[in-house]
Design a protein around this ligand. Structure first.
Ligand code: PMP
Length: 333
């Protein structure tokens, strides 16, 4: 009989699943590390647990404490789950571009959500960063995990995601592709894979058009959630990626819809983006059957049913041609 003591025991050890259809013509193995198998539904469960453990050890988070964090949702879910299990109050701030579904999940775990304007820059007092900063100082027992600066974010991936990929591929992984948000995933996983392979594993960042990482001279808004930035967080080791492959919203959303329709993988827009980068990279470098590319898919498409998977939202946001290319003609037509 196997009965787990709590959901925390199910964090990590997510599967690698071969992509068979969206990789048309590519000879290399492209394997997706599917992070929605984590109990909170994303890769962020990994960092939440390690960050809270470290804060308890250092005394920054005390019994009865309040976790306050600006998050687009997934880190919130991870932290809300850990907070619920350990008896902490949790408050999250996030920009209004984030889907209502993501906010509802946080409230369901018992957390509080504060929504801020997307167009408020990082130094604006109304921005989600600044509001969280102020609340953490004002509320007694307030603790700010600060996923953008917290070394336990990348550390969690160094100790879990990296070793899992190395073992699951029998040390055959040659490339690792991940989107860059805080940079924790790519920095921690990438550093581990570089170390164990004597620098042989190539680390490829995936970044939305408009983000600072791939083009600091052209920073503007984009629709893909959870990735890209307009500043450089400490969690991101800028020297680590061997290459960063830029992806447009439309390309990412088209791939996201194809992953569900052609691979049976209902994943989020940043996962679609990462797969586009993997495919572009494999084509550009003409990767062959001796190469094994692992691409990390951070979360589930369930949080985006009202957006990427909603034809009306897609058309209203200028992605009508993507809808046309990814929708099967109905019998009625
Ligand atoms: N995708 C989604 C949906 C996310 O929420 C995040 C985290 N912001 C990422 C990708 C990027 O992960 P990281 O912060 O580790 O770079």
């Amino acid at each position: 009989m196997t009965i787990y003591n709590s959901t925390s025991e199910l964090i990590g050890n997510t599967p690698l699943i071969r992509l068979n259809h969206v990789t048309d013509g590519i000879k290399a193995t492209i394997a997706a590390k599917v992070e929605y198998f984590n109990p909170g539904g994303s890769s962020k469960d990994r960092i939440a647990e390690r960050i809270v453990d470290a804060a308890e050890r250092s005394g920054e988070l005390k019994p009865g404490g309040v976790i306050v964090e600006p998050t687009s949702g997934n880190t919130g879910v991870g932290l809300a789950m850990v907070a619920q299990q350990r008896g902490y109050r949790a408050i999250f701030t996030m920009p209004d571009k984030v889907s209502e579904a993501k906010r509802a999940v946080l409230r369901a775990y018992g957390a509080e959500v504060i929504v801020t304007p997307t167009d408020a820059g990082p130094n604006d007092p109304r921005s989600y960063y600044q509001v969280a900063e102020r609340l953490a100082q004002e509320i007694p027992g307030g603790y700010r995990p600060n996923q953008y600066d917290n070394p336990n974010g990348p550390e969690s991936h160094y100790h879990t995601t990296g070793p899992e990929i190395w073992q699951a591929t029998d040390h055959k992984v040659t490339h690792f592709v991940a989107g860059i948000g805080t940079g924790g995933t790519i920095s921690g996983t990438g550093r581990y894979l570089k170390e164990v392979s004597d620098g042989k594993v190539q680390v490829i960042g995936s970044d939305p058009e408009g983000s600072i990482y791939s083009d600091p001279s052209d920073v503007h808004q984009y629709k893909i959630e959870g990735v890209g930035e307009d500043f450089y967080p400490k969690a991101f080791d800028r020297d680590l990626p061997d290459e960063i492959v830029q992806v447009a919203d439309a390309e990412a959303f088209e791939m996201t819809r194809r992953l569900a329709a052609e691979e049976g993988l209902l994943v989020g827009g940043s996962a679609g983006m990462a797969v586009v980068s993997a495919v572009k990279y494999a084509r550009k470098h003409d990767l062959d059957e001796n190469q094994t590319v692992v691409v990390l898919l951070p979360d589930s498409g369930r949080s985006y049913l009202e957006k990427i998977f909603n034809d009306d939202w897609m058309r209203a946001n200028g992605f009508g041609d993507v809808v046309d290319r990814t929708t099967k003609p109905s019998l009625a037509e």
